[in-house]
Design a protein around this ligand. Structure first.
Ligand SMILES: C[S@@+](CC[C@H](N)C(=O)[O-])C[C@H]1O[C@@H](n2cnc3c(N)ncnc32)[C@H](O)[C@@H]1O
Length: 431
């Protein structure tokens, strides 16, 4: 049953959290939730515990007065002790079901505050909680797919879905582009589900696209693809196809940026899977269907791949690839996970690649990219899922210009990227 706290209780909980007073919290949380919010700031106890560590250079460390000490100011015993107490408080709050990614009225999660204040240890604790919550959510998701068909509402405590960890252009937290370059959302970041119906796959595929030389927008002005991603595509293509004569599979043609780059490496074969009729029409106009060595599969990868697995080419050889790239739109993180867990392992040649030491798999890493903490959480989540699926992953950093100041988002429903660094993943079979 949900607890209803009085204003006084809420104040007391927030005060105990900001004072890092775990024993007081222990008493207060017996009958209350660890996820109360200050009506003026939107702070939860986690926000309070972390924000209290802000150093006030003029007046010394800012610890608030503990209501139990008759108004005396708690004596800070040094920065290290303060941070240690904060860490204990944060851990205690997580043990009591604190949600790692609630937003305050300043649009910050507790992790955002820790990052802004340079509180690395606290940031790591929040991230770890985020990873645990997201992993648990995705496992619950699988469990429900396997057998739980009832419509009862989930009331799992302790975490909230990161909104839209879609792959491109999704909402506030990690999804794969749902829009895949994904856009972030409200309260709480990365997530398994988009809250914006316009970014679901059936709506996207049924809608008309506005395709310009530098952008593709869907019928709700979500950005499907934008040319600022060109350096990312270029480096991905270089890493995946380092020499001519290799076999590549690309999922999601978009503006064709990476497919143009793959063509520059003169691949032996180049398969492209594309689902949107408007993108396919554009491909036809540009002559992709007639290009030598190019095979365009019209449809969703979910429908195409089952037919491609085990198929043979005109020389009678099994169709396998040295390189695979995945960059779709309006799909959630679970789609990317299914892709590498179920399909990459079947069509990536373990003896492929430039040196015959195994093919490579890459994907657009845009999950949770409107918020650093969500991006970091999803990096860990995807690393764990890839490892479980049998892949090693190497990351390379690419600096991204300030897209806000260059006016990149004009006319776009929601910016799906706000970070300084893109982390480019390249995966190979373990061993
Ligand atoms: C972000 S764009 C790809 C951009 C591309 N990497 C480039 O360099 O221009 C995403 C593309 O994936 C396509 N797509 C979305 N869902 C898909 C699915 N399930 N199967 C195949 N293609 C899909 C979209 O229609 C769109 O063309």
């Amino acid at each position: 049953m949900e607890e209803i706290e009085t204003d006084t209780q809420v104040d007391e909980i927030l005060l105990a959290a900001s004072n890092h007073d775990v024993s007081r919290l222990r008493n207060l949380l017996r009958n209350s939730s660890a996820n109360v919010q200050d009506p003026e700031t939107g702070f939860t106890p986690l926000h309070s515990a972390i924000a209290a560590c802000e150093e006030d250079t003029s007046e010394g460390p800012k610890l608030q007065t503990n209501g139990n000490t008759n108004g005396e100011t708690a004596e800070p015993t040094g920065r290290e002790k303060e941070l240690e107490a904060a860490a204990k408080t944060v851990k205690y709050l997580f043990l009591n079901g604190a949600i790692w990614n609630d937003l305050d009225f300043n649009n910050e999660t507790p992790g955002c505050i820790a990052l802004r204040l340079g509180l690395n240890e606290l940031y790591e604790l929040v991230m770890d909680a985020g990873v645990r919550a997201e992993m648990l959510l995705s496992r619950l998701d699988e469990y429900q797919i396997l057998g739980d068909n009832d419509d009862e509402e989930d009331d799992d405590e302790g975490f909230e879905i990161i909104e839209d960890p879609t792959t491109e252009g999704a909402t506030a937290a990690p999804t794969t582009e749902a829009p895949s370059d994904a856009q972030a959302a409200t309260p709480a970041p990365p997530a398994q589900e988009s809250t914006d119906p316009s970014t679901t796959q059936p709506v996207y595929l049924a809608g008309e696209l506005d395709i310009a030389p530098d952008t593709i927008l869907d019928s709700s002005a979500n950005a499907v693809m934008m040319s600022w991603e060109t350096p990312i595509m270029k480096r991905s293509a270089e890493l995946l196809l380092p020499t001519p004569g290799l076999r590549v599979l690309n999922i999601g043609h978009g503006l064709g940026i990476i497919d143009d780059m793959f063509q520059e490496s003169s691949p032996k074969s180049h398969h492209i899977i594309e689902a949107h009729p408007d993108v396919l029409a554009q491909m036809k106009q540009k002559g992709w269907m007639e290009k030598k060595g190019v095979v365009v599969h019209e449809g969703r990868w979910q429908d195409v791949l089952p037919k491609l697995v085990g198929a043979r080419d005109e020389d009678g050889e099994e169709i396998l690839f040295d390189a695979i790239y995945f960059d779709t739109f309006a799909e959630e993180y679970s789609a990317l996970r299914d892709f590498f867990t179920e399909w990459v392992i079947q069509v990536l040649d373990p003896a492929g690649g430039k040196d015959g030491d195994g093919g490579s798999f890459g994907f657009f890493n845009g999950m949770g990219a409107d918020r650093q903490v969500c991006y970091d959480v999803y990096q860990k989540v995807v690393e764990m899922d890839l490892f479980e699926a049998g892949f090693d992953i190497e990351w390379e950093d690419i600096e991204i210009a300030d897209l806000q100041s260059t006016g990149e988002w004009t006319g776009v429903k929601r910016p799906y990227w706000s970070l300084k660094t893109y982390r480019l993943p390249t995966c190979k079979f373990i061993g």
